[in-house]
Design a protein around this ligand. Structure first.
Ligand SMILES: Nc1ncnc2c1ncn2[C@@H]1O[C@H](COP(=O)(O)OP(=O)(O)OP(=O)(O)O)[C@@H](O)[C@H]1O
Ligand SMILES: [Mg+2]
Length: 402
């Protein structure tokens, strides 16, 4: 039997699916880890804010941990929203009993401003949960609250991380840099008497659920057997990708895209293999360039468009004409593939007569275009290479003369 690693999240539910246990489970899945849950609180929430909070009785929280730990087993766990001191004490007891590695995300206030840990519970968190942690992952404000140090600089973040580990009794602490106002997102880890920094460019993107997804990614990778430093490094890459490729849903803070981590490599592979499949069908037809882009959410530049070259090889990093395809995709995201042909009035005429929709300049046609005219070339458009190939074949002079 192949053993599947398991990770447990002890956290609140976010009905908007952006943070909390929903974010944690998606993150666990992205790393191929089986996710387990102990829900501490049910929140009514969306990208704009939290409108209701209903705490689960501490006994039921404890029982959820007990149920999964005594049967399935927990390779690593994390805590998120713990809400009140009753839940904190129940979680502390259960963690002590089972002794699994614990990442503590000391969630206090949601991105929207809602209080997720009652004021009375901060001391309980420090007393009962932090000392059990393998790692504590506060953001700037949580680190200030836990350490009593005002954090304005990376030096302050270092002092706070060290204090949380050495004086509050956690094995390690990482002070996250999402709210430091720097051009880079710098996270400062203190572990085993040493500091380590994790840096990434600060990206404009979707940040609802960053903290939850980051700590869940660390937990998943600890469950898989990576060292703490390795797990944090992987989580950092994961969260940067998730923020960059978040989808703009809702009217407030849009959620991190945990799927990007597995979907981008999977789609890159799929794009290349579908493009390779058309080679066989070309059979003499030689469009100048044959293109296939990643799904619109992931197609940002020419590097995200694959090309079938004249030599019959396929690769990412498409030529100039890919810019036109990316432009088309802004209006018609489903049109991800195109073949470039030499500009020809005759061909345009033939396409019109065959009932194809031809776009000359204005992209805001009602009907989805089949062909778009540039200055010196034409792009035959379709949802995938097979559809484009079929259109190209229909437009061949021989077939139209039949
Ligand atoms: N805009 C951004 N660009 C790149 N990285 C970011 C950005 N915002 C946050 N991060 C990174 O995301 C991770 C989570 O940090 P953050 O400080 O946002 O946590 P948080 O405040 O607890 O989040 P949440 O509000 O979801 O609880 C860290 O690695 C941080 O550096
Ligand atoms: Mg947070």
């Amino acid at each position: 039997m192949i053993e599947l690693r398991t990770a447990l999240t002890i956290a609140g539910s976010d009905s908007g699916g952006g943070a909390g246990i929903e974010a944690d489970l998606k993150t666990f899945s992205a790393f191929g880890v089986h996710g387990l849950v102990a829900i501490t609180s049910v929140t009514a929430q969306n990208t704009m804010g939290v409108s209701a909070i209903h705490d689960i009785p501490p006994e039921v929280v404890r029982e959820q941990i007990e149920a999964v730990a005594c049967d399935i087993g927990v390779d690593a766990a994390k805590t998120g929203m713990l809400s009140n001191s009753g839940i904190i004490r129940a979680v502390s007891k259960a963690v002590k009993k089972h002794g699994f590695p614990l990442v503590v995300d000391p969630v206090m206030i949601a991105k929207s401003g809602a209080q997720l840990l009652r004021e009375e519970a901060v001391d309980a968190l420090i007393k009962h949960i932090i000392p059990l942690a393998k790692l504590v992952t506060p953001n700037r404000y949580e680190a200030e609250k836990l350490s009593g140090i005002g954090i304005e600089s990376l030096e302050d973040a270092r002092r706070a991380a060290r204090l949380i580990a050495e004086e509050l009794g956690a094995e390690a602490a990482i002070v996250k840099g999402g709210h430091m106002g720097l051009s880079e997102a710098v996270d400062v880890l203190y572990h085993d008497g040493r500091f380590r920094e994790y840096r990434a460019p600060f990206v404009e993107g979707c940040t609802h659920g960053t903290g939850c997804s980051f700590s869940a990614a660390i937990t998943a990778n600890l469950a898989k057997g990576y060292s703490l430093e390795e797990a944090v490094g992987i989580a950092k890459e994961f969260i940067t990708t998730g923020i960059k490729y978040g989808a703009r849903i809702g009217r407030g803070h849009c959620p991190v895209n945990q799927n990007a981590w597995i979907e981008i490599p999977a789609e890159r592979w799929r794009v290349l293999s579908e493009l390779r499949n058309v080679v066989a069908g070309l059979d003499g037809v030689r469009p100048g360039v044959f293109l296939y882009a990643l799904p619109a959410l992931y197609a940002r530049s020419r590097d995200d468009v694959a090309v079938l070259t004249g030599r019959g090889t396929v690769e990412f990093g498409a030529p100039e004409s890919a810019a036109a395809l990316l432009e088309v995709m802004k209006t018609y995201p489903e049109l991800r593939s195109a073949a470039e042909l030499e500009y020809s009035e005759e061909l345009i005429e033939r396409a019109r007569n065959m009932g194809f929709t031809v776009l000359e300049h204005d992209l805001r046609e009602e009907k989805t275009p089949d062909l778009i005219c540039g200055k010196s070339s034409l792009l035959i458009l379709g949802r995938d290479p097979a559809e484009v190939l079929e259109k190209v074949r229909r437009l061949e002079p021989e077939s139209s003369q039949e």
